[in-house]
Design a protein around this ligand. Sequence first.
Ligand code: MLC
Ligand code: AMP
Length: 508
Amino acid sequence: MNNDNLFAALRAAFPADLDSAAVETEEGAVYSWRDLDRATAMLANLLDSLDLQPGARIAVQVEKSVEAMLLYLATLRAGYVFLPLNTAYQSAEIDYFLGDAEPAVVVCSARNFGWVSKLAFKAGTRHVFTLDEDRSGSLLERAAHHSDRHEIARKSPDDLAAILYTSGTTGRSKGAMLSHGNLLSNARVLKDYWGWKPGDVLIHALPIFHVHGLFVALHGALINGSKILWLSKFDPKLVIGKMREATVFMGVPTLYVRMLAEPSLTREAAKNMRLFIAGSAPLLLETFNEWRERTGQAILERYGMSETIMLTSNPYDPKQGERRGGTVGFPLPEVELRVTGDDGAELPRGEIGDIQVRGPNVFKGYWRMEEKTKEEFTADGWFKTGDVGKIDESGYVHIVGRSKDLIISGGYNVYPAEIEGYINELPGVAESALVGVPHPDFGEVGVAVVIPKPGATLDGEAIISQLKGRLANFKIPKRCFIVGELPRNTMGKVQKNLLREQHRGLFA
Ligand code: MLC
Ligand code: AMP
């Protein structure tokens, strides 16, 4: 009988020589494929010993480490649902996620155990473990008592593998439910489309709590049985140095911008590399061109989202076409993509409209938000991405904007409604608006414009300080202006485009 557990497919791709290196860290620690197999078995046995319900959520907020990655794989192996949380999230954010997802198990770093366990127990969680970058913590201590053999849990393609929270337009985050089938179909398509081959080595420098680092990069290497050079944090000099031993790199545009600022980035340094992939945010044409001049290689830009994993990609194989900067390439095999007008009808090529998608990669819906899920799909089953774009005459997809009010900063999403909600609760604030403006490092950053209540005196810097510690650091506005009124249209709606225009030169 077939097992559609994603882990079964990843395990089947391990090379025959289980003692060869699977993961190497920047500190020189080496994990063999056998280590990966045994450690995930021990962790899976630990989870199995906890007597969890089918579909139990395992919520994890820990610093990036190989062990954190093994915990993800073990969760798949045991058949539970992985729920990764950005380490930047603060207590109000974590409180919401745990309350909404009601995880059976929470894993956090030892220094956060006090407040995280309190929130977890409030949410009904029965087991809270700790895990730190130096392999300390109760999770591994407990797992050490379990067998290193484990039969992979049987799963069908529709069974849930992970829930990824993506902030909501109304301020409430939504948990995108991804199945084993979603993740596996996308991993297989990308292995083929990006020409993964024997001997490939991946530089993994992204965080592992979002689609890019956790799924696209990690599954890409594992399903090809490829070694991973594992970096706990992005460091441009280190990545450039590692290119001599590697062939594939994936990053958000900010990582490319930062590497371009290093004189050590040369054709020679990059000559062993076969493929540079960018995504999660728009890659500026000037970055694409500058990278080609410096390294002789064209970055392959692709487009995706938490709800759909990867949707489009520039071609890898020149026979399929050139990699065009400023575009996100073609819909991937098995992915259908259309651009529609206001009336919902499909638009001809070249016309700008809403991007909708369909395919085995599209998620199962938002966790416990049936109505919201329905709203985001058309009657004939297409998912509305909230991105605005066009398909050009040659079939390349261009993203030209977003209908959703979203700022993408250094590859992280910032939803203005959420931040405005926090600002509006501060004493003396009548109203606020957050807009995204261009930034040379992060691509785009949030700038807040705030109106005081009558008689109140506010200070922009003080507002920023009050938000720090309450919200993840990347969501904190980089600047905050106090004004008398906000520009509005005749319907009374704040004209954010005017605010964006007014402040667009701030970081030029
Ligand atoms: C850090 N800071 C940011 C920021 N990251 N500000 C805005 N946007 C960001 N993304 C701020 C911090 O608040 C802090 O400010 C200061 O920068 C230093 O923090 P740091 O943590 O030391 O920063 P650094 O390590 O340099 O991180 C920058 C980064 C990181 C670019 C390496 O943001 C990153 O890893 N981004 C990748 C995100 C990612 O993987 N996205 C994929 C999503 S999946 P202060 O004031 O507190 O000092 C997806 C789907 C798809 O979108 O298609 O892939
Ligand atoms: P997330 O919700 O974090 O998964 O972010 C998904 C969003 O990131 C998409 O809806 C797009 O708006 C954006 N995105 C991802 N890749 C690209 C890209 N290559 N170019 C422009 N925007 C992108």
